[in-house]
Design a protein around this ligand. Structure first.
Ligand SMILES: Cc1ncc(COP(=O)(O)O)c(C=O)c1O
Length: 489
């Protein structure tokens, strides 16, 4: 029911009878569209109680409304706003009250910030993504069962009440055990904060580490979403070259000698975003030494550690970090599906406590039920089995991708190196191909292919893009390639 009590103002000191004030108040709201045609007006007994007036006054007001043609009184059913509102009266008052409609603009000046862009998503069936998984393979039934089990608990208080901003202890314990065993980390639950995906983890790390004017090192090519996040906080980005072995960390002393104080460094240690190269073990150790020597933090975004097709992953920098420099970040977006927003920050306790405080500014806690369901799936091995199954599929898709990209016109117009893992390849296009035009024409044909602009370092056009091979099945991949070849002709 509408809040009639506050919608209709009754003033005692005015020269208009109360019943007319009620009538006019209701007419105003009918005209402005707040009380819509067909709406049942509360009965006179209810309305008189709400408005704190005698019932007879309300009866008069309603009779007046009916006399003016705004409502129909239907015996034994009630009072209804008429469907054909009196046009003449409506026109007359329309000048004063504009009918409400969904708003698009503010009535005040909205501060416009730089570096904000729309999130990328495609409505197409055929998508050469930035590196997304095939969500059709995700263990959704198992997740649904685990999720429902928590909701059906006869005493759901433990999971439904406010909880720890760091995430459920149980999930953090399971992750500590798994990451200590499989990735050589040295964690307890207190070294972990569960986020809603890696992006939130990047944001929290940046919030903790960076103030306006601070400098952060990033690759000359780097993950655009992280760069935008750092810039939005007013940080200055200092770029390091990237080659076949990842970030050229040996360049860091030269950059730092220019008198800069470096607060942090961001990297994607496996399958560097966007070029997919992996940081070599030597450079990992060198980078840790540099972090100790110059006192900066390392944000290690190991977003695709789980997906390798030829060799095993290299242990994270975090595994060799003895001095508390590394903030290790990842998520389950690739190893379940991006819609399940569960990620993590693993770092010294001091960082985790600070991150928990910052998290509370935007999000009191995560989705406890989902996080516990993920804990169940980790504990009973579902996620591990799913990863194995997905890796097998993705390896086949990568084979097909490489085969098709190495034949015909695609081979002639593109250049790429087979990535050893991840879900996308870095593909350079012949300078004769306009990526912007190609992407636009692909879009018209129902195929998503990024124009690659967001991967370009400042002031350079690489004419390259990431082409995901994992999210489409083999048939779809072939269909996508046929379309692409057609467009390249
Ligand atoms: C390098 C990198 N980091 C982080 C993310 C964010 O992923 P999410 O927030 O879904 O965990 C992505 C997404 O693809 C990514 O490519």
């Amino acid at each position: 029911m509408l809040p009639y009590k506050t919608m209709i103002l009754i003033e005692e000191k005015v020269d208009r009878p109360i019943y007319l004030q009620i009538t006019h108040g209701l007419i105003q709201h009918i005209q402005s569209g707040v009380i819509k045609s067909g709406t049942k007006i509360p009965g006179t007994r209810v309305l008189s109680k709400l408005l704190e007036v005698h019932r007879k006054t309300v009866v008069r007001a309603v009779e007046e409304l009916e006399a003016q043609g705004w409502v129909d009184i239907i015996p034994y059913r009630g009072v209804f706003v008429v469907n054909d509102l009196p046009q003449r009266r409506f026109q007359k008052l329309k000048e004063k009250v504009s009918p409400p409609k969904p708003l698009t603009k503010t009535g005040y000046e909205l501060p416009k910030r730089k570096f904000l862009t729309d999130a990328i998503f495609s409505k197409h069936r055929l998508i050469f993504s930035d590196g997304s998984p095939d969500v059709r393979l995700a263990p959704v039934n198992e997740l649904a069962t685990a999720y429902a089990r928590y909701l059906r608990d006869p005493d759901p208080r433990a999971v439904l009440k406010y909880g720890d901003a760091r995430g459920p202890q149980r999930l953090r314990e399971i992750l500590a055990k798994e990451f200590n065993r499989d990735r050589g980390l040295h964690l307890t639950a207190n070294n972990i904060l569960i986020t809603r995906g890696s992006q939130m983890a990047i944001f929290l790390a940046a919030q903790i580490l960076l103030r306006k004017g601070d400098t952060i090192l990033v690759g000359e090519t780097s993950y655009f979403s992280a760069n935008r996040c750092f810039r939005s906080l007013g940080a200055e980005l200092l770029v390091i070259p990237v080659d076949e072995n990842g970030l050229c960390v040996e360049e860091i002393p030269r950059l730092i000698k220019k008198g800069k104080i470096i607060k942090a460094l961001y990297l994607t240690s496996h399958h560097h975003h966007p070029t997919t190269v992996t940081l070599s073990p030597e450079r990992r150790l060198h980078l840790l030494d540099l972090a100790s020597q110059y006192g900066f933090a390392i944000i290690e975004d190991d977003y695709s550690y789980d997906f390798h097709y030829t060799n095993s992953p290299i242990l994270p920098l975090a595994s060799a970090d003895r001095n508390g420099h590394v903030i290790y970040i990842g998520s389950f977006s690739k190893s379940t599906a991006p819609a399940f927003r569960v990620g993590y920050i693993m770092a010294p306790e001091e960082v985790i406590q600070e991150a928990a405080r910052h998290r509370c500014f935007i999000d009191r806690q995560g989705d406890t039920v989902l996080e516990l369901a993920i804990a169940d799936l980790l504990e009973n091995g579902t996620i591990q089995r799913y990863r194995k199954k997905a890796i097998k599929q993705y390896r086949k898709r990568l084979d097909l991708f490489c085969e098709r990209m190495s034949t015909g016109l695609l081979a002639d117009r593109t250049d790429f190196k087979r990535p050893d893992g991840g879900m996308a390849a870095w593909v350079k296009f012949d300078p004769r191909v306009s990526m912007v035009d190609l992407s636009k024409r692909a879009d018209q044909k129902g195929l998503y292919l990024s124009n690659g602009l967001s991967y370009n370092p400042e002031g350079q056009i690489l004419n390259a893009t990431r082409m995901g091979f994992a999210s489409m099945n083999e048939e779809e991949l072939l269909e996508g390639f046929d379309l692409l070849e057609e467009l390249l002709k």
